[in-house]
Design a protein around this ligand. Structure first.
Ligand code: NAP
Ligand code: SF4
Length: 675
């Protein structure tokens, strides 16, 4: 008897029955643009093998003007169709199904050729769109329908027409971006004409025995977005035009409300899909921040949707569904919604991967082959680098012993998980612990490994991590000074007025930790909605609460400082830095850059500004927390070198600068694959 009866039940779509209720949502990985079709096919085939019912590709451009950026992938030539056939054949051979997403970016297209309903530039793009005339609108419809026909020719099982997230079709729906007065603008019947016509023509071109998903925006999270009545009206019309299913879209890309980041509560928006479901008779798919089979099962059991969509969780673990079905849910590598290796890569022009699973999108390059020469391997340090090395090496058949002087595994991840909004790190540490057991790694916790202990191993891996950097500020040994470790790991008492020295990832985390009191909003959906000003589209168009964000009062008066004279948090994650900054601003955290730290005394922290050390100022504080970066912990590496024992030094022990779990895990996995 399965624990997930709803998740694993089939879904009859008429001409085809899907084996379960799990869809892999569309992700732009950058793979198609490599034109390495074996690599693209391997990525999707791996996920098909993993049991997902249906996958949706990254967005394919229907034409040049609609591409997300100039040269974006699409089905334009016979060669393109043949290349995509390589992918669909491999997916079908693996027993899977795949639909192609057709994405017309409209004014979000990052190029001067972009088009839209009205010439209104988006706040996230430098290019104002050209206003389309009636003939050009017909061309867009025709191009989208042609893309669907080509998708069918390329062997796809269906298409998803992207109608949400503020892209082209969504732009026609709302007066925020559509100021037209012709038959494509004005009254809602006119504004919704384009998406409905697109769906009708796609169905006409692609035939009845073809899956047609329409991704509908249920809450735009922008001013003058759609009302709930309009959403329902559109959903019914889209059903009437021939869609097989409706997928959920949440928030425009320009919205200033986080919708998928780790601090967003799990399944934060399924209440909207649940509200839409009784209004239509085709299946509805829900999405956003669903990352475990338990959550997916609960959403379906409560009747919020007919199917769940997860995207990033399939980067973290290609075999999510199969493991759930086999009763091995604890072995599913969890997506922690950090965006660090997926969306942050996409927006930096790099190929996506996954912090938790460096093989994602690198399946053809990073292979964990069974070893033909098992070795005795000693790994020191049970942080992310050491744990990943140990797991991959053991999985390959090596005999691995993992040492850590602490009594539990996790290393720095144990500090991340106490931060409000980073609760997902609990699941990550649990997964590492499960996999260490599952792969047969011998754990030696509470054990300080020495050069002598390690002398008998065939390979020694030093992943001893980092030590806090000594910033050398006069007075830093005083009783009012703590390190981030005292605060996050040892729960040291912190006063009411706090100065945080250093505004890197840890400085921001410490400020977040100290600004909150009571339950984390990530664990309380109503509180989170209140904090970010998320309302109800049935009450206000677009679903932004009229009263705006209403954060809880800060627990402390906090000043966050750095020496660099630049915006604080500038170097945080590309897609998440703004969330961390906004969150601290909502807690009235003062952010000061360009300082010199002069001294610390009972009054607080004395700073000055600029090379001439001008404008001296006292930041009055009861507690000063040092978050001034880190240095490699190389004691063991040096001791091994002194004894002539060769060792691989990885993670923070190797290079502490710009260290994060992504680099640590990637380095560990690649080393283990090579041993
Ligand atoms: P970090 O990002 O390198 O930041 C160190 C901070 O200390 C900077 O603000 C730096 O700014 C300051 N600093 C450096 N040398 C100093 C000195 N001698 N005296 C005073 N201040 C000094 O390091 P971290 O905050 O310790 O984070 C470590 C790593 O963990 C990061 O690289 C990060 O990627 C990762 N992490 C990530 C997250 C995340 O959310 N993704 C969260 C936590 C940690 P100035 O030099 O301008 O003063
Ligand atoms: Fe999820 Fe982070 Fe991996 Fe992206 S990088 S898939 S957000 S765990």
């Amino acid at each position: 008897m399965t624990s997930y009866p709803h998740l694993l039940s089939p879904l009859d779509l008429g001409h085809v029955t899907l084996p379960n209720r799990v869809l892999m949502g569309s992700m732009h990985t950058g793979l198609e643009e490599t034109r390495d079709w074996n690599r693209v096919a391997t990525f999707y085939a791996e996920r098909a093998k993993g049991g997902v019912a249906l996958m949706v590709t990254g967005g394919m451009a229907p034409n040049n003007e609609g591409g997300v950026f100039p040269g974006a992938a699409g089905l334009f030539t016979a060669e393109d169709i043949a290349n995509h056939r390589i992918v669909t054949d491999r997916v079908h051979d693996a027993g899977g199904r795949i639909a192609m997403q057709i994405l017309h970016a409209g004014r979000y297209a990052y190029g001067p050729e972009c088009v839209g309903p009205s010439p209104i530039k988006s706040p996230i793009s430098p290019f104002p769109p050209k206003e389309l005339d009636a003939d050009s609108i017909e061309k867009q419809i025709s191009d989208i329908a042609t893309a669907a026909a080509r998708a069918r020719e390329a062997g796809y099982d269906g298409v998803e027409v992207m109608g949400s997230e503020g892209y082209f079709l969504n732009q026609f729906l709302v007066t925020h971006t559509n100021k037209r007065t012709d038959e494509w603008g004005g009254a809602y019947e006119n504004r919704m004409r384009l998406p409905v016509e697109v769906v009708r023509r796609v169905r006409q071109m692609a035939g009845d025995d073809f899956i047609l998903i329409y991704r509908i925006s249920l809450i735009d999270l922008i001013p003058n977005g759609s009302t709930w009545g309009e959403v329902v009206q559109l959903a019914k019309a889209i059903e009437g035009a021939g869609a097989s299913m409706l997928n959920t879209g949440i928030g425009w890309h320009e919205a200033r409300v986080p919708t998928i980041a780790t601090s967003v509560p799990r399944r934060a928006f399924t209440w909207l899909t649940g509200r839409l479901r009784p209004e239509v008779s085709i299946p509805v798919i829900t999405s956003n921040r669903i990352n475990t089979p338990e959550v997916g099962e609960a959403v379906l059991a409560e009747g919020c949707a007919d199917m769940i969509s997860m995207a990033r969780p399939f980067l973290a673990d290609a075999h999510f569904v199969r493991k759930a079905a086999e009763g091995r849910a604890a072995e599913i590598a969890p997506c922690i919604a950090c965006n660090q290796a997926c969306l942050d890569h996409t927006f930096s022009g790099k190929i996506s991967s996954c912090l938790v699973n460096p093989r994602a999108c690198y399946e053809t390059e990073l292979v964990y082959e069974e070893t033909t020469a098992p070795k005795k391997i000693g790994v020191v340090g049970a942080g992310p680098a050491g744990m990943m090395t140990a797991i991959v090496a053991a999985e390959r058949g090596h005999q691995v012993t993992l040492f850590d002087k602490a009594d539990s595994v996790g290393g720095q991840l144990n500090m991340a998980r106490v931060i409000p909004g980073k609760e997902e790190f609990h699941g990550l540490v649990d997964w590492f612990a499960t996999m260490l057991g599952q792969t047969g790694v011998t754990l030696r916790l509470g054990t300080e490994a020495t050069a002598d202990t390690l002398a008998d191993f065939d390979e020694v891996i030093v992943a001893t991590g980092v030590l806090p950097r000594d910033p050398g500020i006069p007075g830093q040994d005083g009783p009012n000074v703590l390190s981030y470790i005292d605060v996050l790991r040892n729960d040291a008492a912190v006063g009411q007025r706090v100065a945080v020295i250093g505004a890197g990832g840890i400085g921001f985390d410490v400020a977040e930790y100290l600004a909150h009191q009571g339950e984390s909003p990530t664990e309380d959906l109503d509180l989170w909605k209140q904090e970010w000003g998320v309302g109800d589209p049935a009450e206000v168009p677009g679903g932004l609460a009229p009263e705006g964000p209403r954060p809880e009062a800060p627990a402390r008066q906090i000043t966050l400082l750095q020496r660099k004279a630049e915006k604080l948090g500038k170097r945080l994650g590309k897609t998440t830095g703004w969330i961390h900054r906004a969150s601290l601003q909502m807690k009235d955290v003062a952010m000061i850059g360009g300082v010199n730290y002069e001294k610390i005394d009972a009054e607080g922290l004395h700073v000055s500004f600029g090379a001439a050390r001008e404008n001296p100022k006292v930041i009055e504080a009861d507690t000063i927390v040092l978050c001034a970066g880190q240095e490699p912990a190389r004691g063991l590496a040096d001791a091994l070198a002194a004894k002539g024992i060769a060792a691989h030094v990885i993670g923070g022990a190797d290079v502490a600068a710009e260290l994060d779990a992504k680099r640590a895990i990637d380095q560990g996995a690649r080393l283990a694959a090579s041993l």
